[in-house]
Design a protein around this ligand. Structure first.
Ligand SMILES: O=C(O)CCC(=O)C(=O)O
Ligand SMILES: [Fe+2]
Length: 308
């Protein structure tokens, strides 16, 4: 299974040094690691996904779609609910020391595995997602670890990613005043490429010819392959065998492909810099954990004993 030749230079063996992988992530926003886990371990994780889908505990969020299912949980929930044996294989693989080290080197010391998602998709004439970027309410940065549990190519829903967008998109994201603005006006590729055009003009006016040229050049390359959110060729498709790990910065345009036959199994972890704001505001169970402890502490200060 061969993916687009330009992804070859972003593909590594597991033995590769972290510094080389990070260098690629910083330049391209994506790195692909072949054989991250072997076929036997893939089956263990796939069975874990199937059994949790069949009988999910209350603390996981199960989103059932016409075309499959996403199980979504914050790893800390297992601790809070004293159910450490559940999802232990998937959680361990997605929060291994190596993955944490890579996330910390890329995002800084405060990086934490915010959520884990287990995703089974069935065949459909719609793609799994349209072309988009991800925005987060409490963080400008994130890193995702996406592990294929089935072989994926253009006909089986492979993930697609446009390398080299990070710095331009971060520049463009500064145009948004609020998170709501980002979410509403800077999510799809169509919305964002319009912002890219305006940014190129603005940079030209400011005399930043080099940046303006870089934006226009990248924009033209992208538009040769992507016509709209739904319509593109397979130039940016990351075909890879089961057991491959894709690490990507979601500020670069990406999408889940169309599944013509069979099913796609993937699991992924979202690493974000930990922020207190997020701990208090998000639907992440971490917030419950922090809130509980703050309530306990306040009660203690007032001399009350409290159990929550
Ligand atoms: O399922 C896919 O291939 C795309 C997922 C995605 O958009 C994401 O992980 O941010
Ligand atoms: Fe996404």
């Amino acid at each position: 299974m061969q993916h687009n030749p330009f992804f070859q230079k972003m593909s590594f063996k597991k033995e590769e040094k972290n510094s080389v992988i990070l260098n690629c992530l910083n330049k391209q926003g994506i790195a692909i690691i072949k054989n991250w886990i072997n076929a036997k371990d893939v089956n263990v994780l796939k069975n874990e996904l199937d059994s949790i889908e069949a009988k999910p505990p209350k603390w996981v969020k199960k989103n059932k779609y016409e075309t499959g299912c996403i199980i979504d949980y914050a790893p800390l929930q297992r601790h809070i609910n004293h159910e450490l044996e559940l999802l232990s294989n998937i959680t361990n693989v997605l929060s291994s020391k190596r993955i944490k080290d890579l996330a910390i080197s890329y995002l800084g010391k405060s990086a934490v595995p915010d959520r884990m998602l287990l995703h089974r998709s069935e065949s459909s004439n719609k793609p799994i997602t349209t072309w988009h970027i991800d925005n987060f309410s409490t963080s400008k940065r994130a890193l995702k670890f996406f592990l294929y549990l089935s072989d994926s190519d253009k006909d089986t829903g492979a993930f697609s990613y446009i390398p080299g967008c990070r710095d331009i998109q971060q520049l463009v994201n500064r145009r948004a005043k609020t998170y709501d603005d980002l979410r509403r006006n800077m999510w799809s590729i169509d919305q964002n490429l319009e912002h890219w055009k305006q940014e190129a003009i603005l940079q030209e006016k400011k005399g930043n010819k080099k940046i303006s040229y870089q934006i226009t050049n990248h924009l033209q390359n992208i538009m040769q392959h992507v016509n709209s959110e739904l319509n593109s060729d397979d130039y940016y498709t990351v075909s890879a065998k089961k057991g491959s790990l894709i690490i990507f910065d979601p500020v670069g345009f990406h999408r889940g492909g169309r599944i013509i036959k069979g099913e796609r199994y993937i699991i992924r972890a979202h690493y974000l810099p930990f922020s207190l704001k997020r701990a208090f505001s998000s639907r992440n169970e971490l917030s419950i954990f922090v809130k509980r402890n703050v309530i306990k502490l306040k009660a203690k200060l007032k001399g009350k004993s409290i159990y929550i």
